[in-house]
Design a protein around this ligand. Structure first.
Ligand code: NAD
Ligand code: UDP
Length: 338
């Protein structure tokens, strides 16, 4: 890794750690960078910028404790001086992770292997952003961590689901075989500012469509369910898990247990934006999970964590964000067209 030498991370106080965040320029990663800097840590944000954007962390560039590095975790990193790792690198939206399924699988499996080896050599703690997709199209509802899931290993979602399952296996084998300190969380659908407008996930799609007066595209009948967690709640869960005692390895579900149908979400977004958009139906993607809701008892007990932001509050902040971003984009494109 040619451009990886890190020389100017500073440690403003003794409790401060040097923290590597892979996928740090993505939606969740950028919020985590901010949060950890705010706690007085130094952050090395590593990203291949496949779905992440410099704009997400632009405001952090120049902060004494922040560094940005372009790198793909499929290639080992060897020269970094860090005390702990959050591994968030992986496209998360179905259209994104299916665009190059082989690279998605490599990112989850080889990326995890490289980072775990790195953590083992240095004796440092490593956190894995796993996913509710581990449960596939679940037969158990809500999903507790001890449920093994129902995943199609050869379908179009498998590059992501099986990749993340493989990563979990590697994490637990590195813990058992080498004593690496691991933290594995399973994230349920999370939304908020800094999702890409064209990311393809349901919350960003519906809000952007509503704000632009375009048709709201429900895939299938809209009776499938999801449980939506606001980003700030999730990041709080990340930090609590990372700071927890060694024996709290996870896997641990992090998500908001309030469950909605996709049709309810569409109607909610239309109401909140006052949009004139119409609902239209499109084909349901293959293997689309029909029901999803986290059982968060483990997170409540082990981390004293529960979400605090309801859907109305979270959507209102996210709508305000997209309103601003789309307004700017529209102004810029009108100016450049003039
Ligand atoms: P995102 O696409 O915004 O962020 C992913 C980041 O990883 C991007 O910045 C991307 O450029 C980077 N990346 C991808 N492959 C990489 C590679 N090989 N090397 C280096 N960087 C790479 O998505 P997100 O929602 O912020 O998701 C972050 C993590 O959380 C992912 O691992 C995802 O699987 C997990 N997750 C997210 C959700 C959610 O609802 N947001 C749900 C479950 C799991
Ligand atoms: N979905 C939808 N319209 C869209 C985007 C997504 O109806 O424009 C549906 C999708 O089929 C799924 C749910 O919304 O049932 C959540 O999709 P998303 O891609 O956000 O995340 P997933 O949980 O499927 O990974």
């Amino acid at each position: 890794m040619g451009n990886s030498r890190i020389t100017n991370i500073v440690s403003p106080n003794p409790a401060s750690r040097r923290i590597l965040i892979t996928g740090g320029a993505g939606f969740l990663g950028s919020h985590l960078c901010e949060r950890l800097l705010g706690l007085g840590h130094n952050v090395l944000c590593l990203d291949n910028f496949s779905t992440g954007r410099v704009e997400n962390v632009e405001h952090l560039i120049g902060h004494a404790g922040f560094q940005l590095l372009r790198h793909d975790i499929v290639t080992p990193c060897s020269e970094l001086a860090v005390d702990e790792i959050y591994n968030l690198a992986c496209p998360a939206s179905p259209p994104d992770y299916q665009a190059d399924p082989i690279h998605t699988m490599k990112t989850s499996a080889l990326g995890a292997l490289n980072l775990l080896e790195f953590a083992r050599e240095r004796g440092i703690r490593i956190f894995q952003a796993s996913t509710s997709e581990i449960y596939g199209d679940p037969h158990v509802h809500p999903q507790p961590e001890f449920y093994w899931g129902n995943v199609n290993p050869i379908g179009p979602r498998a590059c992501y689901d099986e990749g993340k399952r493989c990563a979990e296996t590697l994490f637990f084998d590195y813990a058992r075989q080498y004593g690496v300190s691991i933290k594995v969380c399973r994230i349920f659908n999370t939304y908020g500012p800094r999702m890409r407008p064209n990311d393809g996930r349901v919350v960003s799609n519906f809000i952007v469509q509503a704000l632009q007066g375009k048709n709201i595209t429900i895939y299938g009948s809209g009776t499938q369910t999801r449980s939506f967690c606001y980003v700030d709640d999730l990041i709080e869960g990340f930090v609590r898990l990372m700071e927890s005692p060694d024996d709290v390895t996870g896997p641990i579900n992090l998500g908001n247990p309030d469950e909605f149908t996709i049709r309810e979400l569409a109607e909610f977004v239309i109401d909140m934006t006052g949009s004139k958009s119409r609902i239209v139906h499109r084909a349901l993607p293959v293997d689309d999970p029909q029901q999803r809701r986290p059982d968060i008892r483990r997170a409540r007990e082990a981390l004293a964590w529960k979400p605090t932001v309801g859907l109305a509050e979270g959507l209102s902040k996210t709508i305000a964000y997209f309103d601003r971003v789309l307004g700017v984009e529209t102004t810029v494109s009108q100016e450049s067209a003039a």
